[in-house]
Design a protein around this ligand. Structure first.
Ligand code: FAD
Length: 469
């Protein structure tokens, strides 16, 4: 009988355990993607990017003589209907780790097993299952460095090959049309602005990984902090949708390290930050929605999204060039440099004293590499409320950070048009992307800071000092 492979955030053929095993079985394989509540509730940019990824993966499967069947509805109902229609005896998938997905998958597993279906879940989105990495005392890790040391002692299995064949069923169950799903509907960016920056699919991701290991990784140690440079891998977008697997990245880094490439281990350490974020999300799911540290629960975060400062932050008109440049980069490209993410997050949570959830939600709406665990850890780390967080007195100074990490103002010029005689095309593209209702114009004068670097720092430190951390 056929095997249904439930495709989720794993849009690849290689190193895909469920597809690999299903292919090897010789039985007919029915790949299906379900638009359930989890998909409907995604932010605008991640949902739009998912649509692009699904379109591409449909072609990839088509080239293999297979298909991606699209269905909408609650996962359990969709799968039960498909089993009835196709006579499938098995439903396999690769695991997800966020609390909503875990709850859904646990319920689906129990219900389908009750019906006698062979239900299997496989690893693949992470290097290690979060429950298998334990401290010597048997708990989970709350601090990154010992987590890194612990994972270094373990072996990451070699990535699996793509299935050589995916046998089609005798007849394909009906599917919905991707275009009808309108996954890009909430993406109200003018023109094909973000589309120009997408790096779509498994082949592109593999090529990027190869090129980065051949040329980029040597300079990564220093280059990764220079915001105007292309010094990072840019693979987060693909990792987020599983267009490449972390094990493929890990082994490429280890081969580069063994070949004497400087920076390869530093890069692997960053990959393990992603892993650490998942480890923490699994063990402490409140990481996604509540101050991770108990003592921060009473912190008087400003939560009013209608405040002038918050609106200025979202519209990238804070009057702090580094902050505005970064927020514009995200709005236009769907990505933001890691250093810049820390600066804008620090400015929102410390200078403006706003709740990190406001920033977390905005990132979720704008990032094509949006990832629940890394986004939450990044925000809570910068705000100070998270695990292994920057200490409260670490308030990034957006002025000196700019001097250090964008010394010739290339990043600022790339993204800020106001006040520039001849603004760059990229800076102007921001104005093509934003809604008209924001009433912003590249000829406007550049604004004064809503809160200056120095005033914001003093206010944040005073607020923290009043508390007993
Ligand atoms: P590289 O420097 O090439 O690193 C390789 C890979 O390691 C990345 O693709 C990523 O998977 C992982 N990685 C690197 N840095 C981190 C980190 N600090 N935390 C976790 N994983 C990391 N990353 C996301 O993928 N999605 C998010 O939604 C996200 N939100 C963030 C929010 C804030 C406030 C902060 C401070 C960081 C956030 N990050 C997020 C982490 C990081 O900024 C991005 O992973 C990185 O910029 C991606 O670029 P790259 O692929 O070129 O990274």
């Amino acid at each position: 009988s056929p095997i249904i492979v439930w495709i989720r955030r794993d849009l690849r053929l290689t190193d895909h355990a469920a597809l690999h095993e299903a292919g090897r079985s010789g039985r007919p394989v029915i790949p299906v993607f379900i638009r359930d509540h989890g998909v409907d509730s995604l932010g605008a940019a991640p949902k739009w990017r998912l649509g692009k990824g699904l379109g591409h993966f449909t072609k990839v499967l088509g080239d293999k003589g297979s298909r991606l069947v699209l269905r909408a509805g609650p996962a359990r109902e969709v799968l039960e209907a498909l089993i009835d229609e196709t006579g499938a005896g098995a439903v396999w998938w690769q695991r997800a780790y966020d609390p909503a997905a875990v709850e859904r998958d646990t319920a689906v597993k129990a219900a389908l097993k009750d019906r006698g279906t062979d239900v299997r879940s496989f690893a693949g989105h992470l290097l290690f299952e979060p429950w298998t990495v334990e401290t010597k005392q048997g708990g989970y890790y709350k601090v990154y460095s010992p987590f890194w040391r612990a994972v270094c002692e373990r072996d990451v299995p070699e990535p699996l090959a793509a299935p050589s064949k995916l046998t089609p069923p005798e007849s394909w169950p009906e599917g919905e049309a991707l275009d009808d799903w309108q996954l890009g509907a909430a993406m109200r960016r003018g023109g094909p602005v973000v589309g120009a920056h997408v790096r779509l699919g498994e082949e592109t991701a593999q090529a990027r990984l190869g090129a980065f290991m051949a040329n980029g990784v040597d300079g990564y140690k220093d280059g990764r902090n220079l915001v105007a440079e292309d010094g990072c891998s840019g693979l987060s977008e693909n990792l987020s949708l599983g267009e490449i697997s972390p094990a493929q990245c890990w082994h490429a880094a280890m081969r580069a390290r063994d070949a004497g490439k400087a920076g390869a281990e530093t890069w692997a350490k960053e990959l393990v930050w992603r892993e650490f974020a998942y480890h923490l999300m699994w063990h402490t799911p409140h990481l996604l929605e509540d101050n991770w540290r108990e003592e921060w629960k009473a912190f008087p975060w400003n939560e009013d999204e209608r405040r002038r400062e918050v609106i200025a932050w979202k519209r990238a008109r804070t009057g702090i060039p580094f902050v505005d440049a970064a927020l514009r980069e995200m709005y236009v490209t769907g990505r933001m440099h890691n250093r810049a993410r820390m600066i804008v997050a620090s400015y929102l949570t410390k200078h403006l004293m706003c709740h990190w959830k406001i920033g977390l939600d905005w990132f979720e709406d704008c990032l094509t590499d949006w990832d629940p665990a890394s986004n939450a850890l990044g925000w809570q780390w910068t705000a100070g409320s998270g695990p292994d967080a920057a200490p409260y007195f670490r308030v990034f100074n957006p002025i000196t950070q700019r001097e250090k990490f964008d010394p010739d103002r290339a990043y600022i010029r790339r993204w800020i048009a106001e006040g520039e005689g001849t603004p760059t095309d990229t800076a102007l593209s921001y104005f093509d992307a934003i809604p008209e209702s924001w009433a912003m114009n590249p000829d406007d004068p550049y604004p004064d800071p809503v809160v200056s670097a120095e005033d914001g720092r003093k206010a944040a430190l005073a607020a923290y000092e009043d508390r007993d951390f």
